[in-house]
Design a binder for this molecule. Structure first.
Ligand SMILES: [Zn+2]
Length: 431
């Protein structure tokens, strides 16, 4: 056996915990986006670090990709780019110990824990008697109830009062979820120690119907801290509307006031970063986020890179783009189930009603407020394509055609992603 050419020692890029450095997550459902993500980071400059492998279990299920495949796509791309800056890999929205083991085995080092299955989503709507009844059952999961009772926390940005009513609702809503979060965090720690791997933990409580109140945030983070769980970031559910694929819908001044309180709690009980999920396209709120957190933020994007990749189809294989839209329209009502969107298929013209390819691309891929408010369509085509990625990627015909098109146009793909994310990064840097 020949030893081959003189051994060149190259270290494969490996993810590492990013700590308090500001960061952006580039969920990459096709596994071909990293060159564009890196190009955007390089052009924008500034301190923001990239998370190039980031996928939730739900996304893995929908795209039929494994944690290993996702990690390998990022590592291979970074090796080719000779990328040497620190970067990370985020197992997103992990709900069970099995989810944690699966992503850690593949080398992920950031673990976003999601105890939402244990959140009582109706708690904010219970009347007094229902709440009392629910509280009797939840009491044992909220041993902290008496610890906060009648207390208040004075912050620069406001006062948090732990009155009976607030605590009762918090116990019902989050009692079990806090326990779940702590046990998941302990699982991360044990597993990481066993494998001798570094780790950091984000706690996500963003997927709830109602915004996270300061009192709820405080109790959740304080209980984690008391249990010895140190968080690198926490994703509250913010006030206002965070629909996929469109800008923030809500009052920016109110958002800033509430975000200021969340950021102060994060400084007080951590410090940890404030994390913004469904973070793509929320351009109007980025400067606020960056400013009030003093640069201690994480922004998570997931679907937007897939949508931008579809522009390559729109521009270089218009018939494929039309087929993807037709197919996505047929899948939307089923696929949208777990997403927060409001698009209605029949309110957006079908491809055969739109001859002009440029207009079709705008209708289905541009931010709605840029397309044309007042044209009669209430919501963007972008949401239709956003929700149906799994069906398209796993479709025996469309998936491979899209992938080979992107591989045939790497520069165009990279350029589209670069432009898209520079638009995101600049306001975050400017905050
Ligand atoms: Zn989330």
């Amino acid at each position: 056996m020949s030893a081959g050419p003189a051994a060149v020692v190259t270290t494969r890029p490996a993810p590492s915990p990013l700590g308090m450095e500001p960061s952006i997550g580039f969920g990459d459902r096709l596994g071909l986006g990293t060159p564009g993500h890196v190009a955007a980071l390089r052009e924008a400059g500034g301190p923001i670090r990239g998370i190039f492998a980031q996928q939730s279990i739900r996304e893995m299920t929908r795209t039929g990709r494994s944690a290993e495949t996702i990690m390998a796509a990022a590592v291979d791309a970074l090796a080719k780019l000779r990328f040497t800056d620190p970067w990370s890999a985020d197992g997103d929205h992990l709900k069970t110990p099995a989810d944690i083991r699966r992503t850690m085995a593949a080398g992920f080092v950031m673990f976003t824990l999601d105890p939402s299955e244990e959140v009582d989503q109706s708690a904010d709507d219970y009347d007094a008697s229902t709440l009392t009844e629910k509280f009797a059952a939840a009491r044992e999961f909220a041993p902290w109830f008496d610890e906060y009772r009648g207390q208040s926390v004075r912050l620069d940005s406001g006062v948090i009062e732990f009155d009976e009513q607030t605590l009762t609702r918090a116990a019902v809503k989050y009692g079990r979820a806090i326990r779940r979060a702590i046990s998941l965090a302990q699982c991360v720690e044990e597993e990481a120690n066993r494998l001798d791997q570094p780790f950091e933990i984000e706690l996500s409580i963003d997927e709830t119907a109602h915004p996270t109140t300061p009192a709820e945030h405080y109790i959740i983070a304080d209980q984690c801290r008391q249990a010895g769980v140190s968080l690198v970031s926490l994703a509250p559910r913010f006030i206002g509307d965070f629909e996929k694929g469109v800008d923030y819908k809500g009052d920016l001044a109110k958002l800033e006031a509430s975000m200021r309180i969340h950021a102060e709690i994060a400084r007080r009980l951590g410090p940890y970063k404030i994390s913004l999920h469904s973070g793509s396209d929320k351009l109007s709120m980025y400067p606020v986020l960056a400013r009030v957190t003093g640069g201690k933020f994480h922004v998570k994007t997931a679907g937007t890179s897939y949508l931008e990749a579809l522009r390559v189809a729109a521009q270089h294989d218009p018939s494929l783009f039309r087929e993807i839209i037709d197919f996505s329209r047929s899948r939307f009502d089923e696929d949208k189930a777990s997403y927060h969107v409001s698009a209605v298929v029949n309110e957006i013209p079908a491809p055969d009603e739109v001859e002009d390819s440029v207009i079709l691309e705008r209708l289905y891929l541009d931010r709605w407020e840029d397309v044309a408010p007042g044209r009669g369509f209430t919501e963007p085509g972008r949401q239709i394509l956003h929700c149906t990625f799994g069906s398209v990627i796993t479709n025996a015909k469309l998936g491979p055609r899209l992938v080979s098109l992107l591989k045939a146009h790497p520069q165009e793909h990279c350029e589209i992603l670069r432009q898209h994310f520079v638009r995101h990064l600049q306001p975050l840097n400017a905050g």
